[in-house]
Design a protein around this ligand. Structure first.
Ligand code: SF4
Length: 508
């Protein structure tokens, strides 16, 4: 086999196959990571999550977290010849008797993420994230037992909390250590200790890293994801980064990360943050000028196409004036075909009272609990007026939820029904078993169904247009855009039939 190293690489970094795919835009990745086995595997593997290109044995792109670990190792004295980032497909070619560590990243290894539990309930089947992750770990375990290789398996990534909470499942999968937190700073020492065979605890907590110590990446990332801020710290009990204080990356690091993508031919990026409009904030105070400076810097980079966003907080968007929002939007899309610049807004519920029961701190502050629904409504309208495409997420079944809370959210959606907005309701799934029980399709009342179906009426109307716009702007091949439109329409028919059957009603 071409490029096979008889001894293997000492350190192998990879990620679950739904993350290690050749997506063109961020929404592709979101779709790819929530699909279940109700989608036939060849379609999933070659069309929904197409194989990642490789150069030699190295993956051309990799999840940002994997790239950071790679950068941390190289900065910490490891040589390029010792470390390889690969697709899961290449594992057997790069692992050999000299391999000491295989580090595997996943955002949802056991399928307990909220969007994903909603998908399994609605679409049926098992999540590909979980199915392929398990398959990859079994493959690694087989390699160890049959070939007698001596590597240890480290599991990390945004979904590592699931493995920490279910250590027996993790051990059964052959995982030797779960690494929690941002580990690029600790990686060199940690990997040396693991490689030397030193006994270490099953769960290893990384010490984190300051913004100025975050190493710039050395290769392109999936979907051109780069970080602008990290953490959040607003204290929502349903969130895994509730206590992770927000830090902002220096502009120089951000630019170097974008340049690493551009150098590899990735020309559309996604500026990752839990709250884009909080970039450069001081003691939580939004600074419009810092956000504009970031946008101008990014936009000035030659050859860059789409600058996609991820999340923003309602209160941070509310802290910006209409003119600021418009200006930020216009800088980001300047010179591009990008009519649907979406930004995800975590509204969760229109009831401030219910949200307050599930958060400790800052999500509503400095507003009053009673103002929450109206504030969110006004913020959605203002973002839409400024040219953004608001993508709202709601949570159904939050602990303490009563019919009047659901009713308030239904009325809230009805008031926004004529806006250019999409709304994704997801089922509550606790990040800690002490924080209530998961909400399932069997818990849905008529009101929940109305909430869900009203939301999806909006989604069925707007998502195909947004998706086409984003893919065209990023230069996705025509076959893929047509494939997405066709399968999207089939899924709309399938989901509508499911809604009618489950809710026993023809309309919302
Ligand atoms: S505001 Fe959003 S990111 Fe921050 S803790 Fe709450 S849910 Fe998490």
């Amino acid at each position: 086999m071409a490029g096979k190293r008889p001894g293997g690489y000492p350190i192998v970094l990879t990620a679950d196959r739904t993350l290690m795919a050749n997506y063109d835009v961020l929404f592709d990745g979101m779709m790819g990571t929530i699909q279940t086995t109700s989608v036939p595997e060849p379609i999933m593997r070659y069309c929904v999550a197409p194989p990642m290109p490789r150069r030699g044995l190295r993956a051309v792109k990799a999840p940002l977290g994997v790239r950071r670990i790679e950068a941390g190792l190289l900065r910490g004295g490891f040589d390029r010849s010792e470390v390889i980032v690969v697709r899961p497909e290449e594992l057997e070619r790069v692992i050999g008797p000299e391999t000491r560590i295989v580090a595997v990243s996943s955002s949802d290894p056991l399928g307990y993420g909220m969007s994903n539990t909603t998908m399994t309930d609605m679409a049926g089947g098992r999540l590909y994230t979980h199915t392929w992750y398990r398959r990859m770990l079994r493959q690694l375990d087989r390699l160890r037992s049959s070939a007698g290789y001596r590597f240890r398996i480290l599991a990390g990534g945004a979904g590592a909390w699931q493995l920490e909470q279910h250590p027996r499942v993790a051990r059964r999968l052959g995982i030797d250590h779960v690494v929690r937190g941002y580990a690029e700073q600790d990686a060199p020492e940690l990997f040396r200790r693991v490689a030397s065979g030193e006994p270490l605890p099953f769960v290893i907590y990384a010490n984190g890293v300051g913004p100025n110590e975050i190493p710039a990446i050395h290769g392109a990332t999936c979907m051109g994801v780069i970080e602008v801020s990290r953490g959040c710290g607003k204290g929502c009990q349903f969130c895994t980064i509730a206590r992770e204080r927000m830090i902002h990356l220096p502009l120089e690091t951000i630019v170097r990360d974008v340049e690493a993508n551009l150098a590899a031919g990735v020309r559309s990026i996604c500026a990752l943050s839990e709250d884009f409009f909080r970039y450069g904030s001081v003691r939580g105070q939004v600074r419009a000028e810092a956000v504009k400076q970031l946008c101008r810097t990014l936009r000035s980079l030659p050859d860059l196409k789409l600058i996609q966003l991820d999340h923003c907080n309602v209160t941070s968007a509310a802290a910006l004036s209409d003119d600021d929002l418009r200006e930020i939007h216009d800088i980001l899309v300047d010179g591009q075909r990008h009519e649907y610049l979406w930004v995800n807004l975590g509204v969760e519920t229109a009831s401030g009272e219910l949200l307050e029961m599930n958060q400790k701190g800052g999500k509503i502050r400095p507003y009053r609990v009673e103002e929450w629904g109206e504030l969110c409504e006004e913020t959605v309208r203002r973002l839409a007026r400024a040219g953004f495409f608001p993508m709202v997420s709601l949570i159904m079944g939050l602990p303490g939820e009563q019919p009047e809370h659901v009713e308030a959210t239904v009325r809230w959606i009805e008031r926004l029904y004529n806006e250019r907005v999409v709304i994704f309701p997801i089922f509550y799934s606790p990040v800690d078993p002490r924080l209530g029980r998961p909400f399932t399709i069997r818990d849905m009342t008529d009101l929940h169904w109305r909430l869900f179906r009203l939301s999806y009426n909006l989604n069925f109307k707007w998502i195909p247009r947004m998706y086409w716009d984003n893919q065209a702007g990023a230069g996705a091949p025509l076959w893929r855009r047509l494939f997405i439109q066709l399968t999207g329409r089939l899924q709309i028919v399938q989901w509508t039939a499911k809604f009618i059957w489950e809710s026993r009603r023809l309309t919302a």
